[in-house]
Design a protein. Structure first.
Length: 339
């Protein structure tokens, strides 16, 4: 089992608590970017923070994650053999310069052009070719030494636009972003990081469904990693109080508004908000009669960890470290994994 993976922003590397460094198996540094075909992450000021993390937990693996939401450059870099080699070489350069343990790829939209991010139909083939070139380059440096992973969408659009059977052979593990399953484009309230589907959800999206889809596409169960969210999505102006606000029309789409620490401090059973539990979806939510909030907490995360153990999955990851102002969730996840 890979275990517990946390995305930690570059600016937050120096603030990782000792208990959390000991709890994590892998840190993905968010993010390096693709600029003019090169993978770029120039942060010499982080070397002391990286050395501290190594001293706290010598077994901790630290990867540089390339991309992220809103990051472009992948389609262009992956389009030619020369571009793929340049991408791999510059990523390897970062790994060597900072003494890292591998590379994580977060190419969010293969085959899609979103805003100013270019995509093309050839991305379906080139995604595999890019990962293959990365794998070859990492192994040429020292076979078996470096990890290669990717974050993948929790909906089937990602599966349709990649060859996950081939990708699953190349990668050490595949992290399913089983969050943002609802919200960004929908005015109908719902869970954004639920474990199971629920009858009133017309879109029928869940972490469980994503696991089944990726496994059916050819990724071994032991290489699949579930995702948890340390932030919420909030719908405002809910028009009907039925079902405590769940699956009701709202005046807004489900925007990212608060992180978990803020929810604990000011929202969960506070200031008019009531916490409800959807036992079918295994997901909590908040409702104050007007605004609906979907999020993960200890109860829903415990269910995810129970599920991954039953299914023989590779582990669980979260986005992102700085959102846990309570400083409780990382240690909690470690304890649940170790049960």
């Amino acid at each position: 089992m890979i275990g517990l993976i946390g995305y930690v922003g570059t600016k937050d590397l120096g603030s990782v608590r000792e208990a959390d460094a000991l709890s994590l198996n892998v840190i993905n540094i968010a993010f390096a970017l693709v600029e003019n075909g090169d993978v770029v992450w120039e942060h010499p000021e982080c070397k002391d923070a990286l050395a501290r993390l190594r001293s706290l937990n010598p077994d901790l693996k630290i990867l540089v994650s390339v991309g992220g939401w809103g990051a472009g450059g992948f389609s262009e870099a992956a389009f030619t053999e020369e571009g793929r080699q340049r991408f791999a070489d510059t990523a390897m350069g970062i790994v060597k310069e900072y003494g890292l343990d591998g590379v994580d790829i977060d190419w969010e939209y293969p085959c899609f052009s979103v805003a100013e991010i270019q995509g093309r139909p050839e991305d379906k083939e080139n995604f595999t070719l890019l990962l293959k070139k990365l794998r070859e380059t990492l192994d040429q440096e020292e076979a078996g030494r470096y990890l290669l992973s990717a974050a993948v969408g929790g909906d089937d659009y990602f599966i349709r636009n990649t060859h996950m059977d081939q990708v699953g052979e190349i990668l050490d593990y595949v992290q399913i972003m089983s969050y943002d399953l609802r919200g960004g484009f929908q005015v109908l309230t719902g869970h954004h990081t639920n474990l199971f589907s629920y009858q009133t959800d017309l879109s029928d999206q869940s972490a469980d469904k994503a696991v089944k889809q990726y496994h059916a596409a050819g990724v071994p169960l032991e290489k699949l990693v579930l995702g948890a969210a340390f932030y919420c999505r909030e719908w405002q102006g809910v028009m009907n109080k039925d079902n405590n606000g769940l699956c009701q029309m709202a005046s807004t789409t489900g925007s990212i508004t608060h992180h978990y620490g803020e929810l604990l401090e000011s929202y969960i059973n506070k200031n008019g908000y009531v916490r409800y539990w959807d036992d079918e979806a295994k997901a909590p939510y908040l409702f104050n009669g007007e605004n609906f909030i979907s999020y993960d907490d200890e109860e829903s995360i415990a269910w995810k960890i129970r599920y991954l153990k039953e299914k023989g999955l590779g582990g669980i990851m979260y986005w992102e470290y700085c959102c846990d102002g309570s400083h409780t969730l990382t240690e909690f996840m470690r304890k649940e994994l170790d049960k």
